[in-house]
Design a protein around this ligand. Structure first.
Ligand code: UDP
Ligand code: MG
Length: 318
């Protein structure tokens, strides 16, 4: 029986692999003799996979799955959680921004009877001002417009219990926003604070495009408010348009004070056009997500692994 699984998503992290491995091993050793370290290679283009493979040969506690291409951080983590065997799983970045030593605090707290213990960042070192500000702004908006309580200033660095892992496995949506899903699951949740370090080496795999995508997935997965705003905006604009129409009729037939009004026409046409496009765009965001879920494709494709899948399936069917 495995007590602790450490899930590490890896995308072009060749310079960090051996450090994260060593630091995780020494922390996990102090916690239990029965642990595993799961590297999920998310389509790295550098030598990350060769290094992981090498580690797995030397150390049987190292497990890996290699995805057939880059599926993105959230899906890589989900893949790791799907196959982990531990009573507890820790999700940690490979770039050492989340100090592995904190795992000890997370585990101790979890043992006090919490199913989710997330690591809350006191400070974030070495992040661009842009990233810090957009993240702050986004999470504050997100908590306002969703009904679930997503903790502020946390990433995915956290420990979750087997109970939570099993629920997550039943949440098959294509748009993964683990922070939201884990908050949605409920149970006893707690936090420990830490100071987020700078990325040890290499560069961030989160491009602006991936960040925007994550933000949209987070909102559309947990809130229908944007759709409601579209409806409200529709009514509002119709109301205004109705008043303007009344005035136009009044000017034409009663006061007979009508100058051919190019300005008002062009403004109202542009305004209504804009609102319509925004509304259609919002609806489109939701529809594209519905259609990708209806296609029912697997969330990821595994190209290589040292995990015995017959055992994993046996376990989950028990
Ligand atoms: N990552 C991944 N797939 C991606 C992008 C990132 O598996 O498409 C991994 C990456 O190797 C790291 C973690 O996710 O372990 C966090 O990514 P990163 O440090 O690049 O993001 P940032 O800290 O800049 O938000
Ligand atoms: Mg990072």
């Amino acid at each position: 029986m495995i007590e602790l699984s450490v899930v590490i998503p890896v995308f072009n992290e060749e310079k960090n692999i051996s450090t994260i491995y060593n630091r995780c091993i020494s922390v996990a050793n102090a916690i239990s003799d029965y642990f595993e370290i799961i590297f999920v290679n998310d389509g790295s283009k550098d030598d990350s996979f060769q290094l992981i493979h090498q580690l797995a040969k030397q150390d049987s506690r190292v497990k890996y799955i290699s995805l057939s291409r880059n599926f993105g951080h959230q899906i890589a983590v989900s893949a790791g959680l799907d196959i982990c065997a531990g009573n507890y799983a820790v999700i940690i970045d490979a770039d050492l921004q989340d100090p592995p030593e904190i795992i000890n605090d997370l585990y101790t707290k979890a043992k006090e009877g919490f199913d989710v213990v997330y690591a809350k960042r006191n400070t974030r070192k070495g992040e661009t001002l842009f990233k810090t500000i957009t993240a702050k702004f986004f999470y504050r908006i997100l908590t306002k417009i969703t009904s679930i309580n997503i903790p502020l200033d946390t990433g995915d660095f956290r420990i979750i219990s087997r109970k939570v892992i099993e629920v997550l496995k039943q949440m098959p949506e294509q748009q993964k926003f683990l922070r939201g899903q884990i908050a949605w699951v409920g149970f006893n949740q707690a936090s420990v604070s830490y100071n987020r370090d700078e990325r040890a080496d290499g560069k961030s795999g989160y491009t602006i495009r991936k960040m925007v995508r994550l933000a949209f997935d987070g909102i559309t997965s947990f809130s229908n408010l944007p759709l409601r705003i579209a409806t409200i905006a529709g009514f509002l604009v119709s109301g205004i348009t109705f008043c303007v129409a009344m005035y136009a009729l009044y000017a034409r037939f009663i006061s007979r004070d009508y100058v051919p009004g190019w300005t008002s026409i062009i403004i109202s046409v542009l305004f209504i056009g804009g609102v319509q496009l925004i509304t259609i765009g919002i609806i489109g965001e939701y529809i594209s997500r519905i259609s990708s879920n209806v296609r029912n494709r697997p969330l990821y494709v595994i190209s290589d692994t040292n995990i015995d899948y017959s055992k994993v399936n046996e376990k989950s069917s028990q």
